[in-house]
Design a protein around this ligand. Sequence first.
Ligand code: 48C
Length: 376
Amino acid sequence: MAEPMWTLTKKLKCYLLLHVSFLLLVTLALAFFGYHFLNLKSQKLETVLFEPSMVVRELDNQQVVNLSRGKLDNQQVVKLSRLLNFQPNLLLPCRHDVLVLTPWLAPIIWEGTFDIDILNEQFLLQNTTIGLTVFAIKKYIIFLRLFLESAEKNFMVGHRVNYYIFTDQPDLVPRLTLQKHRQMVVLQVRNYSRWQDVSMHRMEMISNFSTQRFLHEVDYLVCVDVDMKFNDHVGVEILSSLFGTLHPGFFGFSRNSFSYEHRPHSQAYIPKNRGDFYYTGAFFGGSVREVYRLTKACHQAMTVDEANGIEAVWHDESHLNKYLLYHKPTKVLSPEYYWSFHMLPYMSEEQLFIWRTILKKTRFITILKNHQKLRN
Ligand code: 48C
């Protein structure tokens, strides 16, 4: 039976009212949950944005308490030490007496230019392993014990280190008890009658072993001379993709007096009035990949020179300088990292005064005064 109109209208109004109320409730509910969801999202985003980076994290209060009770591992100790470090002063340069940045924005490492606690934390958290290559061939084997003992005391302390010892006399390599996370790898290699050839073929052997072993075993390579001693801290501050070390004998001199190879038909040729710095062949390094490229290029260049009947004036060191001129190092080590007290008698008063002023550390030092006796 048909319903009176007014009844229908009333029912319609009730239906519409219910429908609108329902929609209103749904809208309110959506608005409520939507607000909280977005709010949570923004909080999460903020956390992610401002969460400490992987590399450096700060300890929470409980960890600080644990530290005071001696319950933290060395990585956490490193982190806490960072909290106690001073804030860098933007208006006060760390060194005003020496250049600390190259024109290509590579840092030049001097005492006072780095905070070792921050750097240790960064490299520890990346579980970095450093390979130290050293050659002890023929009579140079006698330097190995002091070299290794001083490395145990001052080289990359607290980090993972592989000592790669290239020698023709493996039985004479001293067997030291090493710190935790360090190992000694003895690599038997041939010798050469001329000391120049021994020195130059280091590039070939480092490049060969870089692909065979180093690429899979370590993150960085540090390649040094053996007639040396680690006299003070040498740590992760030196690590970068590619680094060279300033030779103290040419420090502050015009590049025209650098002992570059100036004969055009040598592969190590550098024209007069060219050059940035004079780097020593006794201390260089970088990532395995970059050291492989450097040593491979230098070995190839020396092979070409040999075929052309020419030998660069300072052998592998000349080729290293050529390479680093055209492949700029990403970090430069100051003469703190290659110092020879044997040079002092040959220095002028002015030079001695300058060194007394700027040289705050002698970290890696020569221990052989006269090479000739040993080489003949
Ligand atoms: O191991 C040897 N044996 C040699 O007869 C000649 C060089 N060498 C290696 O080459 C040593 O590691 C030397 O330290 C290095 C070349 N460097 C020197 O002779 C001086 N430090 C300049």
